[in-house]
Structure formats: structure tokens, C-alpha cells
Ligand binder design. Structure first.
Ligand code: NDP
Ligand code: 8X3
Length: 254
């Protein structure tokens, strides 16, 4: 039997990388995207060797609509049978009051988390419609459910992912395409390092005093959602560590 194909955006670290591993372990062929080509190549090589699956890496900046479109449209027909799209690439850039916000940070988040997700979906949805099947899994956030102090534009982008996920589910209903949104709370990845513009110490503090989720935790939920029976679809899943109730309340012991 031919292997199923999963395309994961932002597979060079964190959730995306862990998701690539769990799908590879379960015999899926992978299309992995990201900007850091050296990492993409290494992950592709390691996973294909370890799990005997085919892995294609596509290096592009998801904010570049033409590059996204060109990469996907140039796939061979056999690779275009994408069964699962994991819209994961994203970031927070900065954490501070909206009145002190940097335009560059805002643009990065809006262009990546909203427009990038749309660019990739725009080129893959027609493929899934033509294939008469598919599953889109969007990575939202607890930040897309409630806004919090200093979160402003990041929260706005994840609220947009929430709205886009609901809209996709309605608009794609007639085509039998599943749409799932997974909304994690705090998980220790490169996320906070990116948010704090490379400040590793500040990033570490985010996860002190409690046990945060891991990338593998989220990957296992993505895989679970993707492998339910055909008649079942998780629409929306909010997940936090035991120490987190929502965007505001943490039970920290220090
Ligand atoms: P990481 O920083 O570890 O991974 C982010 C991934 O996104 C990287 O692979 C990065 O690849 C990719 N990416 C970022 N910008 C671009 C771009 N312009 N073009 C292409 N790829 C890009 O963070 P996480 O794994 O934690 O984050 C993954 C998703 O989960 C994000 O959407 C984030 O908002 C969301 N999330 C994270 C939470 C957390 O606490 N960690 C909680 C809730 C949601 P590269 O740099 O190589 O391009
Ligand atoms: C990432 C989780 O709490 O930093 O989406 O917004 S949080």
C-alpha cells in the first residue's frame, strides 16, 4: 500500500520537528518546510534513514506568496497527494504593551501567522478538493482564545487562526475535508527565544517553576487527530499542562 503524505510547515524545530518524527515513525512520507535549509536537510536525512520513509524538504519563507505557490505547484504528481497539512509555522515577536509595540514585530507575526498560513492553504486546498479528501490541522493557541497583558498582536494573529479554522471547516464541508485546530498553552520549544529576540535567559524563565508541555506532547495530539476514523473530526482542541488553567492562571511553585 502506498504511504500517506503529511506536509508540515515550520518543521525545523519545536512542534513541527516533533510532528515530523511521529508521522515518520508511523510510516508516512513527509514534506517538510522551513527557512533554515541546513536543519531541514539534516532532519530529512535522519528521518528517512531511521524510519525508511521518503522525506522531501522545501525551503521557503512562508511570507513569500510566490515562493510558497511555486514550491507546492512544482511537486511531482505523486507528492501532490497530500493527505494531511499541518499549518504550524509561526512565531511571537516581542512581548510588551501595544502602545510600545514595534511595527517590524507586528508585521512579522501578521505576515507569518495569518498570511503565511493562508498562502500555503490556498495552494493546497484545491489539491485536496481534487483528491476528494484531506485534513488540515491548524496550530492556534490559548492566545487565540483569550488575550493577555502584553500579548496584543500575537493574540490577534492567533484569534485570526481561530476564525480561519472555523471558516475553513464550514467552506470545505461540502468536500469532506477535515479541519482541526489545536490550541496549546505554554510548551517549551524555541518559541520564547524567538519571542525575546534571541534572549535565552529570558526565554528559560517562562518555563520555570512548573512543568510545561513539550513539543512531543503536541505532536502526539496532532498525530492522534490525524488518525481518527474517517467519520470523526476533532474540530477544536485546547491543551495546557496541568499547571496552566488558561492564558492567565499558572500554578507555579517558585
Ligand atoms: P519554534 O520556534 O520552535 O518553531 C517555529 C517554526 O516555524 C520553525 O520551524 C520555523 O522555521 C517556522 N517559521 C517561523 N517563521 C517562518 C517563516 N517566515 N517561514 C517559514 N517558516 C517559519 O516554535 P513552536 O514549535 O513552539 O511553534 C510552532 C507553532 O506553535 C507556532 O505557530 C506557534 O505560534 C504555536 N504555538 C506555540 C506555543 C508554545 O508555547 N511553544 C503554544 C501555542 C502555539 P524556520 O525558522 O527554519 O523558518
Ligand atoms: C503560545 C502560548 O501563552 O505564550 O501561543 O501565548 S502563549
Amino acid at each position: 500500500m502506498t504511504k500517506k503524505i503529511v506536509l508540515i510547515s515550520g518543521a525545523t524545530s519545536g512542534f513541527g520537528k516533533a510532528t515530523a518524527e511521529i508521522f515518520a515513525k508511523n510510516n508516512y512520507n513527509l514534506i517538510l518546510t522551513g527557512r533554515r535549509e541546513d536543519r531541514l536537510r539534516k532532519i530529512a536525512k535522519d528521518l528517512s534513514e531511521q524510519y525508511n520513509v521518503e522525506v522531501l524538504s522545501l525551503c521557503f519563507d512562508i511570507r513569500d506568496q510566490k515562493a510558497v505557490e511555486k514550491s507546492i505547484l512544482s511537486l511531482d504528481t505523486s507528492w501532490k497527494k497530500i493527505d494531511v497539512l499541518v499549518n504550524n509555522a509561526g512565531l511571537a515577536s516581542g512581548l510588551g504593551l501595544i502602545q510600545d509595540g514595534e511595527i517590524d514585530d507586528w508585521e512579522k507575526m501578521i505576515d507569518t501567522n495569518i498570511k503565511g498560513l493562508l498562502y500555503l492553504s490556498k495552494v493546497i486546498m484545491p489539491i485536496m478538493i481534487a483528491n476528494k479528501s484531506g485534513h488540515i490541522i491548524n496550530i492556534g493557541s490559548t492566545a487565540g482564545k483569550e488575550v493577555y497583558l502584553n500579548g496584543n498582536v500575537y493574540c490577534a494573529t492567533k484569534h485570526a487562526v481561530d476564525a480561519i479554522s472555523k471558516s475553513m471547516r464550514i467552506d470545505l464541508l461540502q468536500h469532506g475535508i477535515k479541519v482541526t485546530q489545536i490550541c496549546p498553552g505554554a510548551a517549551e520549544t524555541e518559541f520564547s527565544e524567538v519571542r525575546f529576540h534571541g534572549d535565552k535567559e529570558k526565554a528559560k524563565n517562562v518555563y520555570k517553576g512548573y512543568q510545561p508541555m513539550t513539543a512531543e506532547d503536541i505532536a502526539s495530539l496532532i498525530y492522534f487527530a490525524a488518525t481518527l476514523p474517517p467519520h470523526l473530526c476533532i474540530n477544536d482542541l485546547v491543551v495546557t499542562s496541568l499547571a496552566q488553567a488558561n492564558s492567565f492562571y499558572f500554578n507555579k511553585n517558585s
